[in-house]
Design a protein around this ligand. Structure first.
Ligand code: ZN
Length: 258
């Protein structure tokens, strides 16, 4: 049976990343029967609901519970580049404060880099998709993934499809998308296990330090979960070179030796 209705869809800004090349930057017809929820056609075009910030149907802001009607003209906007509309229907509650993340199996490097910047990032290389979804829901975590299909899961409220392949670009993307530049906090998270770091007296860990580290560094941090020790050494120097001014050098006497 032929679909009986037609609606027009237009996707803006970075939502075009999800469309096939012939669908980008233009109005696309969508044929349908009945009155599907608006999320369904948006995902048929390949756009996960977590990427959508604002939906305008025939000039009015609508929620995900809107049911598509014949001849509807739908404009779908991402977080950035959306117009100011009032009244606006929020598609989800306001962004999470102190955002916490869960990465899919492809984003191990990103997890490490984000931990270095102080963000709470769960990652295991053997998480199943179902585990990622469950943990995200139970712990109110934002799903970061390279697999957009994972974001089609209805239970996921906050998520982001990471476009970049190189980790430094991925970090830039995530910081920008979630406006995290002011929340960076070096020496807050363990790179390896995501545990919380706390300052530790040099005297208490002296035995565990290599001679050079013992000589040149005074300020140390220890993971409260796995006991690994961190200091402002080459790891941080690499990160400073990658992320420039995001990570100010520590103001200690020893930092002059770096
Ligand atoms: Zn640890």
């Amino acid at each position: 049976m032929q679909p009986e209705h037609t609606a027009e869809f237009c996707f803006y800004g970075e939502l075009n990343d999800f469309l096939s090349p012939s669908q980008r930057q233009r109005t696309n017809a969508y044929r349908f029967s009945g009155h599907p929820g608006i999320k369904d056609p948006i995902e048929v075009f390949g756009v996960p609901h977590t990427e959508v910030e604002l939906i305008i149907v025939n000039g009015q802001s609508v929620g995900f519970d809107y049911q598509l009607q014949n001849d509807d003209c739908v404009a779908v906007y991402p977080i950035f580049g959306r117009p100011d509309i009032s009244p606006e229907i929020k598609l989800r509650e306001k962004p999470l404060n102190n955002p916490r993340f869960i990465m899919d199996v492809n984003l191990g490097k990103l997890a490490k880099h984000m931990r270095l910047l102080g963000f709470d990032c769960l990652y295991r290389n053997d998480y199943s998709d179902a585990e990622v979804v469950n943990i995200a829901v139970n712990e109110q975590r934002i799903v970061l993934t390279r697999d957009r299909r994972l974001l089609y899961a209805k239970q996921i409220v906050h998520g982001y499809w990471v476009r970049a392949v190189k980790v430094a670009n991925q970090v830039d993307e995530v910081l920008r998308r979630f406006e995290l530049h002011n929340a960076i906090q070096p020496f807050a998270r363990c790179l390896v296990c995501n545990g919380v770091l706390s300052a530790v007296a040099k005297a208490d860990i002296l035995e565990q330090l290599e001679p050079k580290t013992r000589r040149y560094y005074e300020q140390f941090y220890q993971c409260t979960t796995c006991q690994r020790i961190y200091w402002d050494g080459s790891h941080m120097e690499n990160m400073r070179q990658r992320y420039g001014g995001l990570l100010a050098p520590q103001q200690t006497d020893e930092s002059r030796h770096l």
